[in-house]
Each structure stands twice: as C-alpha cells, then as structure tokens.
Design a protein around this ligand. Structure first.
Ligand code: C2E
Ligand code: MG
Ligand code: MG
Ligand code: MG
Length: 280
C-alpha cells in the first residue's frame, strides 16, 4: 500500500516537472516569435518626488501578452529569456524603445525625466554591449544623462573582473548606473565602492511590512542613511501605502516608485501624465 502511494507521488512529481519544462519550452519559443514580430510591449512606471508630487523619472518594464497564454509576467518570462539567451535581443529591444520614447517626449516639449532600463548580467557578458548602447543613444538622440541602467548584484557573482571595467565604460559614456533590488543579493558591500553608482534602489521586500515590522523599519532607515552618506540617490520601490510613504520620506528618501502613486502604464498614458504636469 505504502509503496503504491510512493510511486504514485513520484509519478505526480515527474508529471509536474514535465509540465514545468514544457511550459518553459513553449514560453521561450513564443517569446522569440513575439520579439521578431515586435509584439513585446514596454510600459513605464513613474518615479515620483515625494516633496512636490511630480514625476522625476520612469522605469521601463517589459510586458507581454500572448494570444493563448494571456498576460505573462516578467517574473516568469525574464528568467526564461535569461536562461535561453533571448535576453540579449529582448534587452536591446527594450533599450531601443525606451530611448526612442524618452527622446520623443523631449521633442514634444514635455519636461525632461530620467529613463531607467533594466540590464541583465547576461547582456553585459554577451559582448559589444558598450557599442550597442552608444549606437542606441546616437540613433535616438536621447541625452546620455537622462538614461540610467539598472543592474542587480548578480552582475558581480561571476566574472567580477570583467564587470567592473565595463560598468566604468558605461559611466564614461555619461550614462547613469543604478543598483537594483538592493539588499536581496548575496554579494558583499565592497562593490558599492568599486563602482561609481549614481542611484540605489531599495528592494520592495524591505518596505512591505513598514511600519509594523520594527526590523524592516530599522533596516530601511539604515540603508537610506548609508546611501546618502555615499552620495547616492535613493529610490524606494514598492511603496503602496501612505504610512510607508511617510516613513521613508521622513527618513529623507524622496524618490518613490510604487503602486501608491502608479503601476507601470502605457506610453500614451504617461505622455498625458507628463503633459498635465507641465501645464499645471
Ligand atoms: P524590477 O526591476 O525590480 O522592477 C520593479 C518591479 O516591482 C516591477 O515588476 C513593478 O511592477 C513592481 N512594483 C513596483 N511598485 C510596486 C508596488 O508598489 N507593489 C508591488 N507589488 N510591485 C511593485 P514587474 O514589471 O513585474 O517586473 C519584475 C522584474 O522583471 C523586474 O524587477 C526586473 O527584474 C524584470 N524585468 C522587467 N522588465 C525587464 C526588462 O526589460 N529587462 C530585464 N532584464 N528585466 C526586466
Ligand atoms: Mg529595475
Ligand atoms: Mg527592483
Ligand atoms: Mg527585480
């Protein structure tokens, strides 16, 4: 009896593995096609200045709607893209769209804001990243100082010796660098001084239980202080409530990216938001 149950649950486990790997296979095939057909969307999540309530920048976030699968979250398709190498083309695609859109907002006379774009470690290793980046800036005519690239600590897990000079070259182009999801990785704090970062983004896992969780409050306050001591801009991700906003802004952190203000929205919606802001 016991044996049969065991075998039964093993079979169940096997089925689940097969289902998972089949979904990944189908995702990667569909994602490749979506990229070729330019079906991938880029949405923009505003970053607000808590002091004056104005948009000071946006983060470009990939969005994908598939006919059969519906909306697939980046939390699912980005890891698949990274594992298959599709991320290199996906990254170029998002970067190009983001730069073109930001440049067109300037041409329309909308107020200048920063454009933040996520870059995976894989993209840096792929080679010629600097060349593709500077070509993209040239084509779009976006001023370099309005572009910020977001990287996570995973950049340093492997081949740290290659990553550091590359990031310095990016800085030499005049592009800004942000460290994303700060506090969730496993690397040491030493990379904070090895790279000329401009911005530190506090991961939303630190914010979620503020103000109830004392430890989260202390950690967040300490990270804000440390970042300011290092002369970094601080962006707080995942602010959803007034209490969270009050907590972080009282501790001196003024740039807020979270559902409290807005989720990622379509380009047209963002343009309307910027237009309303500039005419107010
Ligand atoms: P991320 O770079 O840390 O982006 C912020 C994520 O937090 C976004 O999730 C955003 O929708 C979410 N977020 C912002 N404020 C709130 C909030 O108040 N509450 C909650 N619950 N969530 C909030 P999204 O768009 O699902 O993206 C997930 C991750 O996928 C991103 O995390 C990033 O690591 C990756 N990703 C998305 N687009 C790209 C891309 O074009 N290239 C690369 N390499 N990665 C991307
Ligand atoms: Mg990001
Ligand atoms: Mg983040
Ligand atoms: Mg992330």
């Amino acid at each position: 009896e016991a044996k049969r149950t065991q075998r039964g649950s093993y079979g169940f486990y096997e089925d689940r593995l097969t289902q998972e790997s089949q979904r990944k296979l189908s995702l990667s095939a569909k994602l490749k096609l979506a990229l070729e057909n330019q079906d991938l969307l880029v949405y923009y999540q505003p970053q607000y200045c808590a002091k004056n309530g104005q948009v000071r920048g946006v983060e470009a976030l990939a969005r994908w709607h598939d006919e059969d699968l519906g909306w697939v979250s980046p939390g699912e398709f980005i890891p698949v893209a990274e594992a298959t190498g599709i991320i290199d083309r996906l990254g170029d695609y998002v970067l190009e769209k983001a730069c073109n859109d930001a440049a067109s907002w300037l041409k329309q006379g909308l107020p200048p804001i920063t454009m933040s774009v996520n870059v995976s470690a894989h993209q840096l290793r792929f080679g010629q990243f600097i060349q593709r980046l500077s070509e993209c800036l040239n084509r779009s005519q976006l001023p370099q100082h309005l572009l910020e690239l977001e990287l996570t600590e995973s950049v340093f897990i492997e081949r740290e010796n290659e990553a550091i000079p590359l990031l310095k070259q990016i800085k030499q182009l005049g592009v800004n660098l942000a460290i994303d999801d700060f506090g969730t990785g496993y690397s040491s704090l030493s990379y904070l001084s090895k790279i000329p970062w401009d911005t530190l983004k506090i991961d939303r896992s630190f914010i979620s239980q503020i103000p109830d969780d004392q430890e989260q409050c202390q950690l967040t306050a300490t990270i804000i202080k440390m970042a300011h001591n290092l002369n970094l801009n601080v962006v707080v991700e995942g602010v959803e409530t007034q209490a969270q906003l009050d907590f972080v802004s009282q501790r001196g952190s003024q740039i807020i990216q979270g559902f409290y203000y807005s989720p990622a929205i379509e380009k047209d919606q963002l343009e309307a938001l910027l237009a309303a802001q500039s005419s107010a």
